[in-house]
Design a protein around this ligand. Structure first.
Ligand SMILES: [Zn+2]
Length: 387
């Protein structure tokens, strides 16, 4: 009995220690470069621990110390770092292990580059281990209260997406942005245990098609049918052809409505180069298989009309103003009334659908293989080495 108790106690302690050990040794061996600020002339920099600042390019130590609290601003031929003039194209900031870099009020793991761009503005890049980066993505992309299986599916999709972007952007100044145009990334603040655990428990796993990674797009809510990527981008990819989705009915984004004053619509269209007067009618000319608008015709009171794609229409107003291209339109009392469904471009995994599947007992693999048909989960280190 005593021996059993001791063994049980040791097991219990191991259960507590092991996840902790995992967390501490998070490094995945892959680093990504994430643009966290672009086109500003000044940022606040705070380093609460031993640090060193190196010149980009030469690697020369420019400044080091136990603590720094200041600004980085553009100067006539370089940067001002904490009041010290530094020539060259930029700096690389490193802090000792377990310390963080604060940019404005946000806290970042890894190292940070601050580059003076040709336009005289700053570009701030966080160089960060893939899984450390994913910790800072997941809690923004999905609710940390969701079931573990859909969080794991999200972790694998986000890891694959980041890796694919990093591969494609090798020659560019950075791999990913920190907003909806890549994946939303907020640094270290706000990380949650459940989302971090989803990253840890899928470490090194990516989604592949024909033995290689592909851009694993995902979105909030498809509202019935996911989109074929080739309708939006030059991306004819078999797992991104669209599937029916009966799992996202609980999404708060399933239906939406938007009221746009016609004068506002007219000025937005003109700003985007469309020659149109006072709008008289808006007709959806065609919808695709997933129910999203292909072409929209807008006529003015002189009979002039313009036709634009659903994608362009949404882009003109912004992806948060018009949540999807799946909507009906009518004019009422001087307003354009849109009744729409879903949120996001609709390609790949439907996040609310993944949540719905997990609630029905589906596993991470089931979810990924459903939204990305024909794919396999594979270890990163088994991937072919491609440029
Ligand atoms: Zn869905």
């Amino acid at each position: 009995m005593k021996r059993y108790f001791t063994v049980t106690l040791i097991s219990a302690i191991m259960l507590i220690i092991l996840p902790l050990a995992n967390y501490v040794s998070a490094a995945s061996g892959v680093t990504v470069r994430v643009a966290i600020i672009e086109d500003r002339t000044s940022v606040d920099l705070s380093l609460k621990g031993k640090y060193a600042i190196y010149a980009l390019g030469t690697g020369k130590v420019l400044k080091e110390g136990p603590y720094l609290n200041g600004k980085v601003t553009v100067a006539s031929d370089g940067l001002l770092v904490g009041g010290k003039a530094i020539g060259g194209t930029g700096i690389n900031i490193k802090v000792v292990k377990d310390s963080n870099i604060y940019i404005d009020t946000r806290r970042f793991r890894g190292s940070v580059d601050i580059v003076r761009k040709d336009n005289g503005k700053l570009l701030v890049i966080n160089n960060i281990d893939m899984d450390d980066y994913l910790y800072g993505v997941l809690y923004h992309e999905v609710s940390h209260r969701w079931p573990a299986e859909c969080l794991k599916a999200q972790a694998i999709a986000a890891r694959t997406f980041a890796l694919e972007q990093a591969r494609g952007n090798k020659g560019q100044p950075y791999d990913l942005r920190c907003d909806i145009y890549s994946q939303v990334y907020g640094g270290r603040d706000g990380e949650k245990w459940s989302t971090t655990h989803a990253v840890d428990s899928t470490r090194g796993k990516v989604l592949t098609f024909n033995g290689d990674i592909f851009p694993t797009y995902y979105h909030a809510t498809c509202a019935g049918y996911t989109e074929d990527a080739s309708n939006l981008w030059n991306a004819d990819i078999a797992p991104l052809k669209g599937v029916p989705c009966n799992f996202c009915g609980n999404s708060k984004h399933y239906r939406w409505a938007k009221e746009l004053p016609l004068a506002n619509v007219e000025s937005k269209l003109k700003d985007s180069g469309y020659k149109i007067g006072h709008i008289k009618s808006v007709n959806i000319l065609s919808k695709n298989r997933s129910g999203r608008n292909e072409n929209i015709e807008i006529k003015d009171d002189t009979g002039t009309s313009v036709v634009l794609t659903g994608k362009d229409f949404r882009q003109i107003f912004g992806p948060n103003e018009i949540r999807s291209t799946k909507f009906d339109a009518e004019i009422k009392r001087g307003n354009l009334m849109l009744n729409g469904m879903g949120w996001g471009h609709g390609v790949g995994m439907c996040q609310w659908g993944a949540y719905g599947m997990a609630l029905r007992g589906k596993k991470c693999d089931d979810i990924l293989k459903y939204y990305y048909p024909g794919t396999e989960i594979m270890a990163i280190d088994k991937l072919p080495s491609k440029p």
